[in-house]
Structures are given as structure tokens and as C-alpha cells.
Write a protein that binds this ligand. Structure first.
Ligand SMILES: [Zn+2]
Length: 208
């Protein structure tokens, strides 16, 4: 059920507009969890996270993408999850207003593609303004896009690994071939922790 949170919105500060929606669900390899979405009707702020029923600790999930079926593996990315494609040297860190999502590997690759395309357009328009050569950056991004688009079609399998590092254990790659390990303290220190949790006891209050 959706409830008013009774706390100010972290973006616009409005006292009466922040609402919370909580739902419990079950995902294979992730288990029972509560999906919590905070939203502000005033400014449009929206943040989703996935709180497992069982505390999982700081975890890294890794899937070496070697088969077409891996592209369909379910991915839960909590708001504190850092997503990496190490072979391409790509990373999406959570940032302050990160929101979680449920997708599959193909969908995560598409998210990387969307980000690279955005940077690509920006780089090209910057280059036009300054009339400076940014050929190398454009070349690297073109190569990344070709690799990722190909991978989505099942080309170049075995060349890429997807990793999700989550200091709170709110993320998973739900496939039997995914490898799970605990993150070391040093690794956790290096991660962007994501947004400050607004509602600590939500999973207790919201679930009947
Ligand atoms: Zn707001």
C-alpha cells in the first residue's frame, strides 16, 4: 500500500509529498524481498530499492556472458549497486539519486548503450563547438557500442562479464552460472554507497 512517509522530500524538501509504496515479491536466487519505491508528487523524485528478507552482507555477483540464455538472466540492481563491464572498462556507480531496477542482462546492456550514446552525442557537439579533435574518444565509444549491440544479438559471447557490487546486498544476478562472493572491506570502501537510505525500518513496517 502507498503511504505518506512523513519526512521531507530529499530533492525539493516538501514536507507532505513523499510517499512510499512497498510490495513483497520472490525472485529466484534472490529470495523474498520487499520492493520499496519512494516518490514525491511535487517534484517527481522517484527511488526504488529492493530489501531482502534476509540480510545478505556486501556481495559481488558476476556472470561471464557465454551463452544466449545468459542475456535473459534476471538482474536486480538495488539503489546501492555498482554495475561493471570490466572488459570494456565501463562502470555505472549509483550516485546520490540512484534508483534500483529489475531487468535482465540484455536490458542492462541497453542501459550502458543509452549512457554511451548520450555521452557520444555530447562529445560530438562539444567537438563541433571547440573545433577540436575528439576522434579518439569517438572511436572508443563507437567500438563499445558495436560490442554491446553485438552482444545483445548473441555475438561475441565469452568476451564480456557483468558484475554488480553492492555493499548492502540488495542486488543480484539470478542465474545458476552467476558467481557470488563477499566483498572485502577495502572493496566496499572503494564503492560509491549510493543514496542515503531514507527509510530504515520500512521492511518491518510495510509488510504484513
Ligand atoms: Zn520532491
Amino acid at each position: 500500500m502507498e503511504n505518506l512517509v512523513g519526512q521531507p522530500c530529499p530533492i525539493c524538501g516538501d514536507e507532505d509529498s513523499l510517499r512510499m509504496l512497498a510490495m513483497t515479491a520472490e525472485i529466484p536466487y534472490f529470495g523474498e524481498h520487499t520492493q520499496i519505491t519512494l516518490s514525491c508528487e511535487k517534484c517527481g523524485f522517484r527511488q526504488t530499492d529492493f530489501i531482502p528478507a534476509e540480510e545478505k552482507g556486501a556481495l559481488c555477483h558476476t556472470l561471464h556472458i557465454t551463452k544466449p540464455e545468459h542475456l535473459l538472466a534476471r538482474v536486480v540492481r538495488g539503489s546501492s549497486g555498482t554495475v561493471r563491464l570490466p572488459e570494456l572498462d565501463l562502470e555505472v556507480a549509483p550516485g546520490n539519486h540512484s534508483t534500483g531496477y529489475v531487468s535482465n542482462i540484455e536490458g542492462v546492456l541497453q542501459r550502458f548503450i543509452d549512457i554511451i550514446e548520450m555521452v557520444f552525442r555530447q562529445t560530438r557537439s562539444d567537438a563541433e563547438e571547440r573545433e577540436e579533435g575528439t576522434e579518439e574518444a569517438v572511436l572508443v565509444m563507437t567500438e563499445m557500442l558495436t560490442t554491446l549491440e553485438g552482444l545483445k544479438q548473441g555475438e561475441g559471447l565469452g568476451g564480456c562479464t557483468l558484475e554488480i557490487h553492492d555493499p548492502n546486498g540488495h542486488s543480484t544476478i539470478a542465474h545458476e552460472d552467476a558467481v557470488v562472493r563477499e566483498l572485502s572491506e577495502a572493496e566496499v570502501d572503494d564503492l560509491d554507497p549510493g543514496p542515503v537510505p531514507l527509510v530504515f525500518d520500512a521492511s518491518d513496517d510495510a509488510v504484513d
